[in-house]
Design a protein around this ligand. Structure first.
Ligand code: NAD
Ligand code: TYD
Length: 339
């Protein structure tokens, strides 16, 4: 099978490519990535020499370029990870989110239609459901929960999801969508909560917790997400949405304290800063559908996953230190300077 993976130089796409080439050594993977600030070729260094892997630097909004690549590669499956993915950046500058996340999705699906109704999978997020109240632990996101977004990021992802479902209904494109909760693991860009706190703690820098730190996220080890997507592209029902999550809800402050403990750093590094605008309170996935239909269950517990992740950041300092010393430093100054 030949698979086009977009956004493979990013966090989840990169982990997916590593997982997929190991799990299916006879398949070919072609990665399309624009290499934005979030894309890092060193994430793909371990597979660059693999003869079943090809990297192409390309913007998913570049219709001509995408069509030419499809004509050349004739893929069987397309998995769209490419996106602008950081909520805080979307609050600062929504436009690029609409372009990449919505127009990019349209271009990729148009290419799928043009070159033989190719199987298309959209990697989406639980953030399309908005948030749940903290005082209703009985409530979870199901696939029937109404779309109700809070940020420009989640709105752009929801817009893309609606377009994907419309392409199925209108043109009969064979699509699926996965909506996953927060991922963590290796190669996670250090602007997101867990890698940012690890990197700052190691440098004895302040750990900026938004608001009171009581917002809840439902964390899943990235490899479990990759396995879920692999199952969906093989066995998922066409036209369906699958929620992916492992019932691992944690408050931000408890995650940050855990990271301090694991690294032997004092909690006095924790600094409460101005809250995110429109900050979602709680995300919590009900994964019953993917479990019942496809037999998926998460394999890595949070206790193991967070230890593995911290160890990875300790063992791969050059990967993230290179990022922190570049453009990202300006971003950090701008976003956290007066907070
Ligand atoms: P990321 O920001 O780490 O990586 C995104 C990748 O897409 C980067 O390599 C970037 O260069 C590339 N990219 C951006 N714009 C592009 C364009 N126009 N053309 C081609 N490539 C482009 O993101 P991530 O955390 O790996 O997320 C991947 C996908 O999973 C996204 O669609 C995101 O919405 C979704 N998702 C993420 C999480 C999470 O916790 N990180 C959870 C659920 C869903
Ligand atoms: P993030 O990793 O940006 O993921 P998302 O917003 O998509 O869930 O943030 C996770 C949680 O951590 C979210 O509630 C915001 C909070 N947060 C902080 O408290 N401090 C930070 O510096 C960052 C980046 C996030």
């Amino acid at each position: 099978m030949k698979v086009i993976v977009t956004g493979g130089a990013g966090f989840i796409g990169g982990n997916f490519i590593h997982y997929y080439l190991a799990a299916h050594p006879d398949d070919r993977v072609v990665c399309i990535d624009k290499l934005t600030y979030a894309g890092n070729l060193s994430t793909l260094a371990p597979v660059m020499e693999n003869e079943n892997f090809r990297f192409v630097k390309l913007d998913i909004c570049d219709r001509e370029g995408v069509f030419a690549l499809f004509e050349e590669e004739k893929p069987d499956v397309v998995i769209n990870f490419a996106a602008e993915s950081h909520v805080d950046r979307s609050i600062e500058n929504p436009e690029i989110f609409l372009r990449t996340n919505i127009i990019g999705t349209e271009v990729m699906m148009d290419a799928c239609r043009r070159f033989g109704n190719i199987r298309y999978h959209q990697v989406s997020t639980d953030e399309v459901y908005g948030d749940l109240p903290l005082d209703r632990p009985d409530l979870f996101f199901t696939e029937e929960t109404p779309i109700h977004t809070s940020s420009p990021y989640s709105s752009s992802k929801a817009g893309a999801d609606l377009l994907v479902l419309a392409y199925h209904r209108t043109y009969g494109l064979p699509v699926t969508i996965s909506r996953c909760s927060n991922n963590y693991g290796p190669y996670h860009f250090p602007e997101k909560l867990i890698p940012l706190m690890i990197a700052n703690a190691l440098a004895d820098k302040p750990l900026p917790v938004y608001g009171k730190g009581i917002n809840v996220r439902d964390w899943l080890y990235v490899e479990d997400h990759c396995k879920a997507i692999d199952l969906i592209i093989r066995k998922g029902r066409i036209g369906e949405v699958y929620n992916v999550g492992g019932h691992n809800e944690m408050r931000n402050i408890d995650i940050v304290k855990l990271i301090c403990k694991e690294l032997g750093k004092p909690e006095s590094l924790i600094t409460y800063v101005t809250d995110r605008k429109g900050h979602d309170m709680r995300y919590a996935i009900d994964p019953a559908k993917i479990h019942n239909e496809l037999g998926w269950l998460p394999e890595t517990t949070f206790a193991d996953g967070i230890k593995k992740t911290i160890q990875w950041y300790l063992d791969n300092k050059e990967w993230w230190q290179e990022i922190i010393s570049g453009e990202y430093r300006n971003y950090y100054e701008k976003m956290y300077g007066n907070r």
